[in-house]
Design a protein around this ligand. Structure first.
Ligand code: ASP
Length: 344
């Protein structure tokens, strides 16, 4: 168990150029002057190249930072094998996939989001259109769907056979007091509900920032529930003067701490992205009354105006550290973040 004291000690030691503890990314310097583009995602090496390459190519082709962010965000949304975002994402308790996404442009504080959006594979693109084509910020449910269709998005079934089977198994596993028999391969054992979501953050050659967070949300959620991902300041926040942050994990905790806004404001007050992410993890533990009450996880990623990045989680263990990947002129790099509570 890493107690708070030693955690803070490690955070305080981040001034060292090379972190002494391998799980602490510390201050990585992908840019020298903050003017070299960088795009990052809240995923490790398995996804890094696939997710970051389209965004990076958009930069290379002179496209706007919003195009770069969107190009990367759509990768997991369109991938049926990712069960936490977009098409193939895990459904709510009724077996219906409801997607949440947010988009923010640091240059002007413009933002847009969709919540509980059904039947559209790429909610990030719809969130961007809410930002660019309306005077609103949030569209949810039926209204968000109608807006997407008005912009030409086709309605499609988002439930893959894999996600349907996972949902059915979860449903059959829920209780021995309902009329469903237990799953053929299990016996009413409550399993960990898989989580996911992806944050994309970018800094372009002008030193401008933008970001997107997209998810299918909490698996088995009550229909209509939205998490932190579509809420500006919770699952995503971008401020050109300071930096950008995104969150994944238990959305309710991020919501009640205004998580991404908190991280950006910590950077504004002088913390590095790494320290700022860790400060939010600590805050969430504190408002829950201490580690003993924390049986969930949240993860934060952040980048500042200088291209320094950071990544932290509440819970982790060796081999299961939070990670982030970024692409810059120097290629792709994945780094492991810190965590506050060691779990077995
Ligand atoms: N933060 C997302 C939510 O609460 C879920 C996740 O990141 O796994 O909807």
């Amino acid at each position: 168990m890493i107690n708070r004291r030693s955690f803070i000690g490690k955070v305080a030691g981040l001034g060292a150029a090379i972190p002494l503890i391998s799980t602490i990314p510390s201050v990585s310097k992908p840019t020298q002057n903050g003017k070299k583009p960088i795009i990052l995602c809240s995923r490790g090496e398995n996804w890094a190249e696939k997710v970051l390459t389209p965004g990076w190519e958009a930069f290379q082709n002179g496209k706007d930072i919003l195009d770069a962010v969107e190009a990367s965000a759509r990768v997991t949304e369109l991938d049926p094998n990712d069960a936490s975002v977009g098409y193939g994402g895990l459904p709510n308790e009724d077996g219906v996939v409801q997607l949440d996404a947010s988009f923010m442009d640091g240059r002007n504080h413009n933002c847009g989001s969709v919540g509980a959006l059904e039947n559209i594979k790429t909610p990030s693109s719809v969130a961007r259109l809410v930002m660019e084509r309306t005077d609103h910020i949030h569209l949810v449910g039926e209204g968000a769907l109608r807006f997407a269709k008005a912009h030409g998005f086709p309605e499609e079934n988002l439930l893959t056979d894999r996600s349907r089977r996972m949902w059915l198994r979860w449903k059959e596993n829920l209780s021995d007091r309902d009329d469903r028999f237990p799953p053929e391969d299990g016996d009413y054992e409550l399993e960990k509900r898989p989580t996911g979501t992806i944050n994309i953050l970018a800094l372009d050659a002008n030193g401008d920032l933008a970001g997107c967070t997209t998810t299918s949300g909490l698996f088995g959620k009550i229909p209509g529930r939205i998490g932190d991902s579509p809420i500006i300041g919770a699952g995503l926040y971008v401020d050109n003067e300071v930096g950008a942050a995104g969150a994944t994990g238990r959305g309710e905790e991020i919501l009640r701490t205004c998580g991404s806004f908190f991280v950006v404001e910590q950077m504004r007050a002088g913390k590095s992205p790494q320290e700022a992410c860790e400060a939010l993890c600590k805050r969430i533990i504190d408002i829950n009354g201490g580690e003993k009450n924390v049986n969930f996880n949240d993860r934060l990623v952040a980048i500042n105006k200088d291209g320094e990045v950071g990544c932290a989680a509440i819970r982790g263990r060796e081999g299961r550290e939070p990670s982030l990947s970024f692409m810059s002129e120097d290629g792709i790099r994945t780094i492991k973040g810190t965590y506050l509570i060691e779990v077995s």
